[in-house]
Every structure is written in C-alpha cells, then in structure tokens.
Write a protein that binds this ligand. Structure first.
Ligand SMILES: Nc1ncnc2c1ncn2[C@@H]1O[C@H](COP(=O)(O)OP(=O)(O)O)[C@@H](O)[C@H]1O
Ligand SMILES: [Mg+2]
Length: 297
C-alpha cells in the first residue's frame, strides 16, 4: 500500500483560502521533499508556514491542489487511514503543547497513543516495554533525570526537548516542526535545533521545520523554501547561499519596507548575539589559560 520510492512530501499547486478570509493563505504552492531531507520553511508571521505544515499532516483540507505524504494522498484519507498516516508523522509546536501537571514521562508516553487502544490515565496503564522506550527517548534528549517531574516545572528549552521525545515515541518517518524555537532564548534554541538535526541524522528522518529567522535557517537547514504571502518565493539549497545574498533573501521574504526593517533588525540582533557569545567564550578561555598559568610549578 505504501510507496517507498515516493518522496516524503509531494505538494502540487496547493491553494488554501480559509472560510470567510479575504485573501488566500496559500497560493499555487508546489513542493517536493525527498526522504531524509532537512527543509526550512522560512517566512514572516502570516506568510503561510503553519498552514502548509498542517496540510502535510492532514489537519487542513486544501481549497485547490493536492498533498501527498509518504506516498499517500493525504486529502483522500479519513478515519483510521488518516490516523495511521499521522502516526508516521511527528509534529512539534512552538508552544510545546505538553500537559503541564503531568509528569515528563507521561507526556512522552502520550506520543505512543496512536498505536494504543483506549484512553490511558497514569503511568501504569502503559505497557512496560513502552515505558522503557519512553525513558530511552528521554535519555536521548538529556532529560532522563526529569522523568518523574511535573512538566510545567521545566524550562522552555527542556519542555521542547520533552516534546521531541514524545514525537519519537511514534517512531516517525517525517518530523514537522512549527517554529519550534520561537519561544526560546538563543542558547536553548541552538540546543533544540541541534538536537533535531542530530536525531534526524540518526534515524534518517525527513524534517520540515518552519522558522522566521534567516540566520538560523541558513546555518541549520539543507534547503530553504521561502514563503511570502502564501507563495513560494525561494527554494534553494543552503550551501549555495552566500552571506552576501542574505539581505536579498530578506528582501524576497518580506512584503513591505517595515517588514524588511523588522527582519533586518533581527539579523543585526542575531549577529550581536553571536559576537557576544564569542566574546564570552574568548574571555572564558583567557580565564582558563590564566588560571592554568597561575598554578604553582
Ligand atoms: N484558522 C484560520 N482561519 C482563518 N485564517 C487563518 C487561519 N489560520 C491562518 N489564517 C490566516 O492565513 C494566513 C497564513 O497564516 P499562517 O499559516 O498561520 O502563517 P504563519 O504560520 O507563517 O504565521 C494568515 O493571513 C492568517 O491570518
Ligand atoms: Mg505559524
């Protein structure tokens, strides 16, 4: 039934107009993502990133065009068949979407729900083999020691790592991530983005991740697909993008002067952050060196 030669995602001429909306959220989007590819959807707020990701997971119905995931026509599926396809696609969100009062381990275990019958309340409702797998995934994201802690006591970066572990419980083939670091500080952001890349490489996952930061997109993705006002305005491997073309990309992604200025300011801020980190690292190294030099002979 499944066609393993098919690309992970194949979208043809996708258009989406939400009921009552004055203008379409997506227009004529065509996009093919190979298995194992790491793609960034880059665009400002409102450019259609979430709408596009939600179509891949069958959470939205196209107005026009078609969406295939893992060789299946997403739009044609419903009920059990759609749930089965969704079971092969992990999704992580900007706001983590954890159940705050539940433990970290329980949250991770809910990732296995699509493969289990009936509701589960409490850890003991899950088979031991699943609990062991969940602990393994928590170990992978560096949070094994937090397994029995309430999820809402963790930092944002830790919560997103729990969400990654939860997605892994599905043993997904595709991982969709919708601005996974938009609520995080720069340090947690790079930790989470690094983890997603590492795990994708380990498991041969296909990743489609939306971001609004050009710098992050350039340094992280293999390929950037730029969206502006619901249209694809850029589709290129990151290796071919020089620093000099960054501002041009901003120009293509932004729709107005004010947006352009906003993203340019963001770029300046990101560069400042890098500089600060380098300075901090430099002084830490100097300190370490001096400390060593001061050791008595
Ligand atoms: N459920 C919805 N109903 C109506 N309009 C929506 C809905 N979701 C998104 N939109 C509109 O569709 C456009 C694209 O939104 P979205 O996909 O959320 O963009 P992004 O994720 O890039 O910020 C925006 O104009 C937004 O207001
Ligand atoms: Mg969005």
């Amino acid at each position: 039934m499944t066609n393993s030669d098919a690309p992970a995602v194949r979208i043809a001429d996708l258009g989406k107009t939400y009921p009552g909306a004055a203008s379409p959220a997506l227009t004529g989007v065509s996009l093919s993502v190979a298995r194992g590819e790491i793609v960034v959807l880059l665009g400002l707020s409102g450019s259609g990133k979430s709408t596009l990701l939600r179509h891949i997971d069958g959470l939205e119905t196209p107005t026009t065009g078609s969406v295939e995931a893992l060789g299946e026509n997403v739009t044609a599926l419903s009920g059990r068949a759609l749930r089965a396809l969704r079971g092969r696609i992990g999704f992580i969100f900007q706001q983590f979407e954890l159940v705050g009062p539940s433990t970290v381990l329980e949250n991770v275990l809910t990732g296995a729900l699509s493969g289990l019958r009936g509701p589960r309340v409490g850890l003991m409702m899950y088979p031991r083999s699943l609990r062991e797998r969940a602990l393994g995934h928590l170990d992978r994201v560096g949070l094994l020691d937090r397994a029995y802690q309430r999820s809402d006591t963790l930092s944002g970066g830790q919560q997103q790592r729990v969400a990654i572990a939860r997605a892994l419980m599905q043993d997904p083939e595709i991982l969709l991530a919708d601005e996974p670091v938009a609520s995080l500080d720069p340090e947690s952001s790079s930790q989470v983005m690094g983890l997603i890349r590492e795990i994708a490489a380990e498991r041969g996952l296909t990743v489609v991740c939306s971001l609004h930061q050009v710098d992050l997109a350039l340094s992280w993705g293999d390929r950037i697909v730029g969206l502006r006002a619901g249209e694809v305005v850029l589709d290129t491997p990151t290796g071919e993008i020089s620093r000099e073309t960054v501002m041009e990309i901003y120009g293509r992604v932004a729709t107005s002067t004010s947006e352009f200025e906003a993203v340019a300011a963001e770029l300046a801020e990101a560069r400042e952050q890098v500089l600060q980190n380098e300075l901090r690292r430099g002084s830490a190294e100097r300190l370490a060196r001096d400390t060593v030099n001061e050791e008595p002979a």
